[in-house]
Design a binder for this molecule. Structure first.
Ligand SMILES: Cc1ncc(C[n+]2csc(CCOP(=O)(O)OP(=O)(O)O)c2C)c(N)n1
Ligand SMILES: [Mg+2]
Length: 333
């Protein structure tokens, strides 16, 4: 039976975290929120291509990744494009990725951060393989892979989860259930009552959390990471919310989404909700809120300036790693 964590909406500091942790979680969430808002504007100015918004997905991304050490690996989908920011990856690098500029590529081994995966679920077996390798080498690092509700219908997802279950691989599977795969609703995606029920079919623990509650997501992730690191194998986490923004900048959800539900979801958006909790606790006041937001905005201003300052890439780069033996028209051209 899947475990369901209660929302941590009270007014006490949860076990295992201190006030510094809470403020760091808040700082990261605000940084992610500002990144997303600025990236959307940057797109509207025609300076980046289609961009996958992660507005209101910050609690999942920040809460889950906060359970990791730097030696642990993260495998993001396009929805978690900026997850490397928690490791100090420059925001300019992520913006450049969305511009299709080579300075947006990084060596995964430099950050223990895989490339952003656009094909749905193909990174689940990649994460499974890397985490299995860590286990075979006797290293205690774990991996965390992020994917959506739609990804759970893909063959790559099933192959990956089955493998990590059978081999008891230290992988944490974080399913961002925003209840939509572009315009396909979750009800057309699965006949299961809840996605977390799938964990039982693989014989692994599953936990369902409110995806807008950073503390609940973090508690689930911390337990899963500890289990994985201790040799207890994989865990499936289903973080539930309802997508309150377009799928991407090229999408118009008004054509298919429940607008009233979207409005309700925006009212309990995760950054403001966490901020109110911190204010109740007395660890955050107006000055710190302003300062945190100001620092994030400054980081994004600098990132946009850095991205703009980058010279245009050489078009021939497209072919550089494409051929061992370039065809004559490319070789001589
Ligand atoms: C293998 C593959 N098939 C189809 C697509 C087109 N596609 C892009 S995003 C998307 C929806 C994925 O939904 P979900 O897994 O719920 O993630 P979300 O976008 O909601 O975060 C699809 C089908 C793709 N990128 N890759
Ligand atoms: Mg989805």
């Amino acid at each position: 039976m899947a475990q369901v964590l209660p929302a941590l909406d009270g007014d006490s500091v949860p076990e295992g975290l201190d006030k510094r942790d809470l403020l760091e979680l808040y700082r990261r969430m605000v940084l992610f929120r500002v990144f997303d808002e600025r990236a959307a504007v940057y797109h509207r100015q025609g300076r980046i291509g289609t961009y996958a918004l992660f507005w209101n997905h910050e609690a999942i991304q920040v809460g889950a990744s906060y359970a990791l050490r730097d030696a642990d690996w993260m495998f993001p989908s396009y929805r978690e494009s900026a997850i490397g920011l928690v490791r100090g990856l420059p925001p300019a690098t992520v913006l450049q990725w969305w511009r299709g500029h080579p300075s947006g590529w990084w060596n995964p081994a430099d950050w223990n951060l895989a490339s952003i995966c656009v094909p749905i679920a193909t990174h689940v077996p990649h994460a499974a393989g890397l985490a299995w390798g860590k286990k075979l080498k006797g290293e205690d690092a774990v991996a965390m892979v992020f994917f959506g509700d739609g990804a759970t219908s893909e063959g790559a997802f099933h192959e990956g989860v089955n493998l990590v279950a059978v081999m008891q691989v230290p992988l944490v599977l974080v399913c961002n259930n925003n209840q939509w795969a572009i315009s396909t609703p979750i009800t057309a995606q699965t006949h299961a009552e809840q996605l977390v029920d799938k964990a039982a079919g693989y014989g692994i623990p599953g936990v369902r959390v409110d995806g807008l509650d950073v503390l609940a997501v973090h508690a689930a992730a911390r337990e899963a990471v500890e289990r994985a690191r201790g040799g207890g194998g994989p865990t499936f986490i289903e973080a539930v919310h309802y997508r309150a923004a377009p799928h991407a900048t090229a999408d118009d959800p008004r054509l298919y989404i429940d607008l009233e539900r979207m409005e309700q979801e925006r009212e309990r958006e995760c950054v403001g909700r966490f901020e109110r909790y911190l204010r109740r606790l007395g660890v955050l006041g107006d000055e710190a809120v302003e300062q945190t937001r100001g620092a994030a905005e400054e980081a994004m201003r600098a990132a946009i300036a850095a991205a703009e300052a980058e010279p245009a890439p050489d078009p021939e780069l497209v072919f550089r790693h494409a051929y061992a033996d370039p065809p004559p028209n490319l070789r001589d051209g």
